[in-house]
Design a protein around this ligand. Structure first.
Ligand code: NCD
Ligand code: ZN
Length: 343
């Protein structure tokens, strides 16, 4: 008999859907498996105000395939001009689920992010008061800091002081990539959680750089040494409620990836659940897959778990190598391991 695994329908706590034709091309690959997703606001121009978020949410709902049951959980892009009252109003009407902090220049479309953290203190104070979580892109942008150290330095220089100044602020460290981040979350059990991507559970920096440069494995934060990947695997499969899935599925066309200065991001929405089942099975942890994908995130965000379910079958999946969009092909993340589970 074929082995099956039925779990509560998963949520994706960090997702890039883009806009326009790209949105229409990628959204069905998320809404097929996921009930909800935290939608990243790094459009051009970014989703800064409640009005921006309302418009973007409506465009996502209009792009949703008929019959799919999917709720986009909107975020606001924190700038030094963000108005605390606008954020509070957006939260009060149920429009936004979190605010996203990008240090200025840290990643794709982050130019409007924060340079001087003193200028966002009032917003953070308001968010702490109303219980609205802050999602952090946890990398410093200081060019004197080695790119492989930028997450660890962010924890010391930015996150630690920020959490001391705003102890009631609920923080989600997004797409963590180091054992430093895992240890920091484990050592702090109040108002702190972290998302982990699918790709950081299967690749280390050799995948990007050994045997030729592989732009499709280039994402931010960049994958680190193997020991860090193993720490992420241990955290994800542990069942610890502070760790949950945020795919950071970040589609770019091949034309934009395969350049002398190519874009960062892996498109994982399509095969994430197959890859995760493989990872959790390899680690003898299929019993904690549901916690990671479908329970821990909802609990941290104070939302109910999904009532519907997703069934995984132990049969080799067939995933396309690319999806086609009007802007050109987007390559699907290749986990570089054989997959045995279909969602
Ligand atoms: C993201 C993107 O392309 O928007 N890229 C990435 O490598 N993850 C931005 C981000 O989340 O850093
Ligand atoms: Zn992202």
């Amino acid at each position: 008999m074929t082995k099956t695994l039925t779990i509560r329908r998963p949520d994706d706590w960090h997702l890039h859907l883009r806009d326009g034709d790209m949105l229409r091309a990628v959204l069905p690959h998320t809404s097929r498996h996921f009930a909800r997703a935290i939608i990243m606001p790094n459009l051009v121009p970014p989703v800064v105000t409640a009005a921006d978020a309302r418009g973007y949410r409506d465009r996502i709902m209009a792009a949703l395939p008929e019959g799919d049951d999917f709720t986009p959980l909107m975020t606001l892009y924190l700038t030094e001009d963000t108005d605390p009252a606008d954020v509070a109003a957006a939260h009060a009407e149920g429009l936004v689920t979190a605010v996203k902090l990008y240090p200025a220049g840290a990643t794709t479309n982050s130019a409007s992010g924060v340079s001087n953290f003193a200028n966002v203190a009032k917003v953070l104070e308001k968010m702490a008061e109303i219980g609205l979580p802050l999602c952090t892109h946890g990398e410093v942008t200081d060019h004197s800091v080695d790119i492989f150290d930028r997450e660890a330095v962010f924890i010391d220089r930015i996150l630690g002081p920020m959490r001391r100044d705003h102890p009631d602020l609920r923080v989600v460290m997004e797409h963590i990539t180091t054992s430093n981040a895992v240890d920091y979350v484990r050592a702090n059990d109040k108002n702190l959680a972290a998302t982990i991507t699918t790709h950081h559970l299967v690749i280390n920096r050799n995948h990007i750089l050994a045997g030729g440069i592989k732009p499709h494995y280039y994402c931010l934060p960049v994958a680190k040494r193997e020991e860090h990947r193993l720490a992420l695997r241990a955290a994800a499969t542990s069942g610890d409620a502070r760790f949950f899935l945020g795919t950071d599925s970040a589609p770019h066309t091949d034309a934009n990836k395969l350049l002398p200065c190519g874009c960062a991001g892996c498109f994982t929405a399509l095969n994430t659940m197959s890859i995760l089942a493989e990872v959790f099975e390899q680690d003898g942890a299929l019993d904690t897959l549901e916690a990671f994908t479908s329970r821990n995130g909802a609990a941290y965000y104070g939302l109910p778990v999904n009532e519907s379910t997703l069934t995984l079958t132990r049969t080799a999946p067939t995933h396309p190598a690319q999806i086609h969009t009007s802007e050109g092909p987007v390559t699907v993340f290749d986990p570089a391991i054989p997959l045995h589970w279909s969602a």
